[in-house]
Design a protein around this ligand. Structure first.
Ligand code: IVH
Length: 710
């Protein structure tokens, strides 16, 4: 072990790296427990930091080996166990991101389209700094602070009430507040307090923090609130959750109300008339960034009118009415040592830059993405030059940048430092893993291995995705283990269905898992139990776990919520293979489903190797229907509704989103299955067909009255 540890990170091979990451995770977890939970550090700080650095260096070199429980992702210590959980009455969401000015104009355009506002109609936004801390929800009842919870996974957070009470600028009592008020905002530490804390920690031989955000998180998430008390934290209020009465009619008004109630709100919050004004304020905040005294990582824009916010509502994890415009990334120059090709789960050949390690924004980077072959050759997807047409070659001096948690990218190249004999990079046309043709379809920026499931890289990546967190998340069966099983001769896991036959195959064999290196009677038994536990699983998770192209977590939720059961989904997808079918139209009519995603799901259900593999999996599972949303009080739950003609009080998208949130199905065409036709002026053949079929027809006002929104 010491032999490995002394080995230069650059000299480790993959299996050594994997072993060492496992050991580092264990050792650092032990050190964290000792430090945070038992308050008895067993490792000198410098040693702790060296271990963490080594862990980060190995991960940077072998990103594919990064563990689910990687110490790099852990802020503070493993405290969660000690905190009770609080279910947020209103979920705590995150924000979509904008990086360029054009994204801001698009954001405004999307909102106008959704609301049916003309380009010249007035639409105000607020713009305020995005604080780089951690979000906190404070619940007040009858003016008293009753609890404080971290965001957690958005639905359930940690109860940190005792700690929040230690933060000076969080009021314990409010005068004149609504009876129920959840105030949301960011806990952060100022630069001066951060520096002073680190000096104190150093003096008493304690652990120092890498940045103010980590310091704030580590300080708030303390089991011992006395420690929190000794750490100078502050709170900015910028949003709210549950409310028994509205705070105001506008975002700005609500923020002013929170300020009147005694919360610190950000003085740089400003009203803006449109994208130009937003960008001007963004630039002004960026210019003040260094002198603010606390870390910010962008500017948040929010629709000012709260009625409009209400109409816009939410996508699965982000509001439609707000966006975070991030600051430009941090940059560094280094040498590109080699270009390697990784094959992903959908067969995409991704070029990765192996770099001479360099520090970018406080993190050592030794790998960066090169996107695709056009990017390397200096062209965009349309063939237009990027970087003035400069291509990227092995041995080049390149600029690397990273923005937030995003994977580092190679941005630019310095031609003056290019070696004389450097030759242009030739992108492979054969899959480096299985030698199948790597083809690039017309209009696709990505070259893909055509080997499908015979390509070991694709199969392994699919399996890793299958067992990942949002998917099957089987305890004891992570990326590392499925990869090992994939290569196992006696108990192979070549596809998801094999996971569920593992126990049976193990029982039937002499070479049992429990006799293997790293496995015992108990751990093998635990694994089989953990696998059995996941046989019952809801539709959305199964769909997501399949790892179909263009079908991520939110798409899976959309589809699962729409079809609700596996059999309904399957039947519809099979029918939808006919582009003339009602099923194809229904699929494309789901808000958030586009043609590309629709085709991808339909293709997976078409006959072929992929479908056969899905069938083998489903045969092993008990797929649970999606829980019906609580639409018990909704008069339109379960009804199929068609909108036609012009709607005057809302756009089509909005009408649809609203109807769906009330449990109705919205379809684009009238059939015998239609329950209600909402016909605005100009309704034509659909109204006639509905009349012929005797379907209940109403106008927009009638519909609004029916759903109680008139
Ligand atoms: S508004 C419904 N405003 O950024 C979303 N968030 O990346 C409400 N954050 O989870 C969030 N400053 O922790 C909002 N001025 C600000 C913010 C802010 C920081 C954080 C917040 C959120 C994350 C999303």
């Amino acid at each position: 072990m010491s032999e490995l540890r002394s080995k230069d990170v650059g000299a480790l091979d993959m299996s050594e790296a994997r072993m060492e990451l496992a050991r580092l995770a264990e050792e650092l977890a032990g050190a964290n427990r000792a430090y945070h939970t038992q308050d008895a550090p067993d490792l000198a700080d410098a040693d702790y930091d060296a271990l963490k650095r080594r862990n980060a260096d190995i991960e940077a070199r072998f990103p594919e080996l990064k563990r689910d429980d990687s110490p790099s992702d852990q802020v503070g210590g493993p405290l969660a166990e000690g905190f009770s959980k609080i279910t947020h009455e209103v979920r705590m969401l995150s924000l979509g991101n904008a990086f360029e000015d054009g994204d801001v104009a698009e954001f405004d355009g999307r909102i106008r389209k959704y609301l049916g506002l003309r380009e010249d109609a007035a639409l105000q936004y607020t713009a305020e700094p995005k604080i780089d801390g951690l979000s906190l929800s404070l619940r007040y009842e009858g003016g008293n602070l009753v609890y404080a919870a971290t965001r957690g996974d958005g639905a359930v957070g940690e109860n940190v009430t005792a700690n929040a009470r230690m933060i000076d600028n969080i009021p314990q009592k409010l005068d004149g507040a609504p009876d129920v008020l959840e105030v949301r905002g960011e806990v952060y530490m100022s630069h001066t307090d951060f520096a002073a804390l680190n000096t104190r920690q150093e003096a008493r031989g304690g652990k120092t923090f890498a940045n103010p955000r980590n310091a704030a998180a580590g300080s708030l998430r303390q089991l011992d609130a006395e420690i929190t008390k000794s750490r100078p934290l502050e709170f900015f209020a910028y949003a709210w959750g549950a409310l028994s009465a509205p705070l105001a009619e506008t975002q700005m008004g609500a923020i002013e109300r929170l300020a009147e109630l005694g919360f610190q709100t950000n003085p740089l919050t400003q009203l803006c008339d449109g994208p130009d004004a937003l960008i001007a304020h963004y630039q002004s905040i960026d210019a003040q960034r260094a002198t603010l005294g606390y870390d910010i990582d962008g500017v948040v824009y929010k629709v000012n009118d709260l009625t409009l916010q209400g109409r816009l509502g939410f996508r699965s994890t982000t509001p439609r009415w707000a966006i975070a415009h991030k600051f430009a990334a941090e940059l560094a120059w280094t040498r590109l040592e080699a270009i390697e090709i990784q094959v992903g789960r959908t067969g995409a050949l991704s070029p990765v830059a192996r770099l001479q390690p360099v520090t970018v924004g406080g993190v050592v980077v030794s790998n960066a993405t090169l996107h695709n072959e056009d990017y390397i050759s200096g062209r965009d997807a349309k063939g237009n030059p990027i970087r003035d047409g400069k291509d990227i070659r092995e041995g080049d001096w390149v600029q690397v940048y990273r923005a937030g948690d995003v994977i580092p990218k190679v941005a630019d190249v310095d031609l003056s430092k290019r070696a004389n004999g450097a030759t242009p990079y030739v992108f492979p046309t054969l899959c480096p893993e299985c030698q199948s043709d790597a083809v690039r379809e017309e209009g696709d920026a990505v070259r893909r291995c055509s080997g499908g499931l015979i390509c070991p890289a694709q199969a392994v990546e699919k399996l890793k995705h299958f067992v990942s967190r949002g998917a099957f998340d089987i305890e004891g069966l992570g990326a590392k283990q499925v990869e090992a099983f994939y290569h196992d001769d006696q108990l192979p896991i070549k596809e998801p269905a094999d996971i569920f036959s593992l126990k049976e195959r193990d029982a039937a064999q002499l070479a049992k898992l429990k006799n293997r290196d790293g496995w015992g009677d108990k751990s093998a038994g635990n694994l089989f139990d953990a696998i059995d536990e996941k046989r019952k699983i809801p539709v959305n998770r199964v769909l997501f776990a399949l790892g179909l192209r263009h079908v991520g977590e939110s798409a899976s939720n959309l589809l699962a919520n729409h079809y609700t059961s596996w059999s309904a989904l399957e039947t519809s997808m099979i029918e939808a293979a006919d582009p003339e079918s009602a099923a194809w139209e229904e699929l494309n009519g789901i808000d958030g489903v586009g043609k590309v995603m629709a085709s991808s799901v339909v293709m997976a259900f078409a006959q072929g190797a992929e479908r056969a593999s899905i069938d083998r999996l489903i045969a092993q599972l008990d797929v649970l229907d999606m829980p019906r949303r609580d639409t018990s009080s909704s008069p339109v739950a379960g009804k199929t509704v068609v909108f036609t003609g012009t709607l005057e009080k809302m756009t089509r998208a909005e009408a649809k989103a609203r109807a769906e949130s009330l449990g109705a199905k919205v379809s684009g065409s009238v059939s015998a299955k239609t329950d209600i036709l909402v016909a605005g002026p100009g309704a034509g053949s659909k109204a006639k067909k509905a009349a012929d079929l005797g379907i209940e027809t109403m106008d927009e006002n009638g519909w609004l009255a029916l759903i109680g929104a008139a």
